[in-house]
Design a protein around this ligand. Structure first.
Ligand code: NAD
Ligand code: TDX
Length: 331
């Protein structure tokens, strides 16, 4: 089997490449990645001859088409992925998330290749803190930010290409991931590397916002289950019942890193900040038999902290620029 993985030098995609080599010992992999600020070749170091990296843009048909033609399956992770960046400059989000997904869809349509589209729970908008509801595959789309609306649009393109052209595609919408190789712009790695640097963590607003945390390895196991066993045209929601407020998470990071639990600062809130995400994973569990393995958040977080302590060479070159950008907007 030959697998084309877009965005395979990013956080979730790189973990997926590693997992693919283990789960499918006969598989070979091509990674198509533009190596934007978020792509890191170091995340794919030492993987051997089974992985080939092609540096290129998913919105470029001439690059995409021959790679798709040679693949048995395309797993599409590439995206502009950070909400705060989408508030500063939405334009790359439109090009990569919408035009890039369109370009891939046209190519898998031409070559009749199986396609899996990786998306986010943010397409559903947000829930109130006291709402007993969770997102399900039939929750109406209601995205809030340029990032989430561009992902929502990309999901709708996939649905239309399935229905109109018979493309063999599945979609997954997952909650917030954490684990190794996550960019230091994101919440958990930012606070962990701040504390390593002797800088106080930064909590947006009051920190009541709730995210439904899942370990990246559990997310990717579910993606493989969907690629192998999912039904064409279906949407699967991936989540592991990991709801926590940002305040709880930052306090736990402080504690696990030997600080007082309140050793952090409140900073300017994110404009339009979604309050709560929560996934109902019933369909994935009952239909495909997926079960998460990393359900102890405390120990998953402890391991992630250790990973950042042990891999400073991976994240150090990224840190100063990220913090300068946040400082410019009072965060
Ligand atoms: P990331 O920002 O860490 O990685 C994105 C990767 O895509 C990078 O390697 C980047 O170089 C590459 N890329 C960007 N534009 C490209 C282009 N035009 N052509 C080719 N490559 C390009 O993102 P991530 O957190 O790993 O997210 C991966 C996917 O999972 C995204 O589609 C995201 O929407 C989705 N997702 C993420 C989360 C999360 O918590 N991080 C949760 C649910 C879904
Ligand atoms: O310094 C910070 N302080 C803070 O309080 C940062 C960077 C974030 N936050 C808050 C904002 C969010 O409520 O923490 C929460 C998580 O923030 P992010 O890591 O930026 O993630 P989020 O905006 O929730 O989106 C993530 O999950 C869904 C991914 O970045 C998306 O790609 C994915 O689709």
């Amino acid at each position: 089997m030959h697998v084309l993985i877009t965005g395979g030098a990013g956080f979730i995609g790189a973990n997926f490449v590693h997992q693919t080599l283990t789960r499918h010992p006969d598989a070979t992999v091509t990674v198509l990645d533009k190596l934007t600020y978020a792509g890191n070749q170091g995340s794919l170091a030492d993987l051997g001859e089974r992985v080939t990296l092609v540096v290129g843009d998913i919105a470029d048909t001439d690059t995409v088409d021959p790679l798709v033609a040679g693949a048995d399956v395309v797993v599409h992770f590439a995206a502009e992925s950070h909400n705060d960046n989408s508030l500063r400059d939405p334009s790359p989000f439109i090009r990569t998330n919408l035009v890039g997904t369109f370009t891939l869809l046209e190519s898998v349509r031409r070559h009749r290749v199986r396609f899996h589209h990786v998306s986010t729970d943010e397409v559903y908008g947000d829930l109130e803190l006291d709402d007993p509801a969770k997102f399900t595959p039939t929750t109406p789309y209601n995205p809030s930010s340029p990032y989430s609306s561009s992902k929502a649009g990309s999901d709708l393109l996939v649905r239309a290409w399935v229905r109109s052209f018979g493309v063999e595609a599945t979609i997954s919408n997952c909650s917030n991931n954490y684990g190794p190789y996550q960019h230091v712009e994101k919440f958990i790695p930012r606070q962990v590397t701040n504390l390593i640097d002797g800088v106080r963590p930064r909590l947006y607003g009051a920190g009541q916002n709730v995210r439904d945390w899942i370990h990246v390895l559990d997310h990717n196991d579910a993606v493989w289950d969907i690629v192998e066993k999912g039904r064409t045209g279906e949407t699967y929601l991936i989540g592991a019942n990991g709801e926590k407020s940002n305040k709880e998470v930052v306090e736990l990071i402080c504690e696990l890193m030997g600080h007082e639990p309140d050793d952090y600062d409140h900073v300017a809130d994110r404009p339009g900040h979604d309050m709560r995400y929560a996934i109902d994973n019933t369909k994935l569990v009952e239909e495909l038999g997926w079960t998460p393995r990393y359900t102890d958040f405390r120990s998953g977080l402890q391991d992630t902290i250790e990973w950042y302590r042990n891999n400073e060479a991976w994240w150090r070159p990224l840190k100063a620029e990220v913090e300068a950008r946040y400082a410019a907007q009072g965060q």
